[in-house]
Every structure is written in structure tokens, then in C-alpha cells.
Design a protein around this ligand. Structure first.
Ligand SMILES: CC(=O)CC(=O)SCCNC(=O)CCNC(=O)[C@H](O)C(C)(C)COP(=O)(O)OP(=O)(O)OC[C@H]1O[C@@H](n2cnc3c(N)ncnc32)[C@H](O)[C@@H]1OP(=O)(O)O
Length: 287
């Protein structure tokens, strides 16, 4: 069993709120840092409705739901992370924003053995580690959306991540959070997105070129390949802005045309059509 009891989550968008939820459900004391009260309120609502869904599905009792909610505290002051043993950064997929978060965490977290994890999908862990004075304690711990449902976590050590950090992070993810682990080298996209993103971009190019409709592309993969959702609906779930940011990081790293975001994706992001979270992407979602 892991020794980690006190968790901090920075950012509470789709991924941050999911990570906070699974941590609280695992019995941990969780503090979530957000930039303002309205973002914190939105995350609280997301976590409450996900837990309610879990209760309805018979995955947890009402008492467990209430206990989990009681273990999550929101703050706008990251200084409250001083005693955290495991911090997960889950802010927007932007290298500058993330490196600033890591530099701040390095200053405020006093636990000498604390692990600094990033939920990045595509930004080098090495760059995040170098923003701190303790790169041996920085590691990629990449969850999948919806976090309470999907079992996988990718563990990504950088060239400087210590073996103790990796062993402790894996034990925590497996034994405490109950997830399955795969390991990847510190390369943009890691294992899953290196395979997934070219597939999603191909579906967008297919739609863009008039090859097939959004419904037919999605139904093709759901009914023909038994995927739980088609590529365009999955892009809507991930968020078009996040998909674009991941694709750009991968393109920056490998300069392979297959990672280059197609113009339709860029224009939709410009238009604020970000997918499920904004109510419209390749499909429409009732708000
Ligand atoms: C971009 C990145 O870097 C990384 C990423 O995240 S990539 C994105 C990865 N995500 C995917 O590929 C998602 C693919 N889609 C799916 O898996 C499914 O469509 C979905 C899980 C999103 C929805 O599936 P669904 O069948 O319509 O939903 P639903 O039946 O309500 O839930 C599926 C299961 O989760 C459970 N569940 C749902 N919400 C839950 C919650 N909040 N807590 C616990 N369990 C929950 C349900 O009870 C159900 O369990 P059973 O199979 O045991 O009955």
C-alpha cells in the first residue's frame, strides 16, 4: 500500500476534476487549486454530478459519495499545498503555463519527498522537471477521460526522474487509485495519443474533404469496429482545443504531417466550437 495520503490537484477542468474525484473516492485528503471561485464552483458541480452518476450506476453508496465530497477542498491559494505528498498538475495543455505551475509548486511544497506529477498528454516531462529544483521527483502520470471510468494511467519518467519516484508513483496509482499502468518514454503523445491523435485527425480530414458525414464516420467505427464512440464524438469529448494543442505538440516534436492539425479543426477552435463542454463541436449537445 502507498504511504501517500495528502493529494493536491492543480486545475479542475475535465481531467483535474476527474483526478480529484478518484483520489477522494480512494479515501485521500484532496485540495484542488483553481484560478477563481467560479471555476472551482463549476468543477464542484462536475464532481457532484459524476458521483451522482456513480451512485445511480450502483458503483458507490450515497454515504461514500458524501464522504468523497467531504474530502475535497478548493482553494485559490496554491500556498496551501505546503503539506501535499503527491501533486498532480492538470492545467491547460500549454508549456508556458505548465512550467510556471511547476516552478511555483517547487517553492510552495515543503514535503521533501513530494512527487510532482503532470497529467500532460504531450509536453515533455523533462521540461517540466527542469522548471523545478528537483527534477528527480517530477513524473508524467497521464489519466484518461472520463477519469472515474477509464482504467488506464500512463507513467512517464523523464531522463532525470528518480527510480524511487517512479516506484512510489506506480504503487500509488495501482494500489490506492486502483488503476492499471503502462509505461512510456518521454516522447510527445506517449503511447496512447501517438496512436489516437493521427486517427482522430484522419477522421476530421475525412469530414473536411466531404468524403463522408460526421454521423457516418462515427457510426462506421462504432458499428464496424465496436469502438464505444466514433472519432468525431471522441474529439468532442476530449475537447477540440485540447486535441489541437496535443496535435501541435506532437507536430513540434516529430514534424510528421500526420500530426498536423487540419484547418477545419483550427477554424472550429477559433469559433469556440470546442465539443461537448461548449455545447457544440462535430455534434450538438444539449446544455
Ligand atoms: C486526450 C488524452 O490525453 C487522453 C484521453 O482522455 S483520450 C480519451 C479516452 N476516452 C475514450 O476513448 C472514451 C471512449 N468512450 C467510452 O469509453 C464510453 O463511451 C463512455 C465511458 C464515455 C460512456 O459510455 P456509456 O456506456 O455511454 O456510459 P455509461 O454506461 O453511463 O458508463 C459506462 C460504465 O461506466 C460507469 N460509470 C459511468 N460514470 C461513472 C462514474 N462517475 N463513476 C463510476 N462509474 C461510472 C457506468 O456505470 C458503466 O459501468 P458498467 O459498464 O459496469 O455498466
Amino acid at each position: 500500500m502507498s504511504d501517500i495520503q495528502r493529494v493536491g490537484v492543480v486545475g479542475s477542468g475535465l481531467m483535474g476534476s476527474g483526478i480529484a474525484e478518484v483520489s477522494a473516492r480512494a479515501g485521500l485528503d484532496v485540495i484542488v487549486a483553481e484560478v477563481n471561485a467560479s471555476a472551482a464552483e463549476a468543477a464542484q458541480g462536475r464532481i457532484a454530478s459524476s458521483l451522482a452518476r456513480g451512485v445511480k450506476a450502483g458503483k458507490l453508496s450515497e454515504a461514500d459519495r458524501d464522504a468523497a465530497l467531504g474530502r475535497i477542498r478548493f482553494t485559490t491559494d496554491i500556498g496551501e499545498f505546503a503539506d501535499r505528498q503527491f501533486v498532480v498538475e492538470a492545467v491547460a495543455e500549454n508549456e508556458q503555463v505548465k512550467t510556471e505551475v511547476f516552478a511555483t509548486l517547487d517553492k510552495v511544497v515543503k514535503d521533501e519527498d513530494a512527487i510532482f506529477a503532470s497529467n500532460t498528454s504531450s509536453i515533455p516531462i523533462m521540461k517540466l522537471g527542469m522548471a523545478t529544483g528537483r527534477p528527480e521527483q517530477v513524473i508524467g502520470v497521464h489519466f484518461f477521460n472520463p477519469v472515474p471510468v477509464l482504467k488506464l494511467v500512463e507513467i512517464v519518467p523523464s531522463l532525470l526522474t528518480g527510480s524511487t519516484t517512479q516506484v512510489r508513483a506506480e504503487a500509488f496509482v495501482r494500489a490506492t487509485l486502483g488503476k492499471e499502468v503502462i509505461r512510456s518514454q518521454d516522447r510527445a503523445g506517449f503511447v496512447v495519443n501517438a496512436l489516437l491523435i493521427p486517427y482522430l485527425l484522419s477522421a476530421i480530414r475525412m469530414l473536411e474533404s466531404g468524403f463522408a458525414s460526421a454521423d457516418d464516420i462515427d457510426n462506421g467505427m462504432v458499428l464496424g469496429c465496436a469502438h464505444p464512440m466514433g472519432p468525431l464524438r471522441l474529439t468532442d469529448l476530449i475537447g477540440l482545443d485540447t486535441t489541437k494543442a496535443i496535435a501541435e505538440s506532437m507536430y513540434d516534436e516529430f514534424k510528421e504531417p500526420l500530426y498536423s492539425p487540419p484547418p477545419l479543426l483550427l477554424r472550429m477552435v477559433d469559433a469556440g466550437l470546442l465539443g461537448k463542454k461548449s455545447g457544440r463541436g462535430f455534434h450538438n449537445y444539449a446544455k
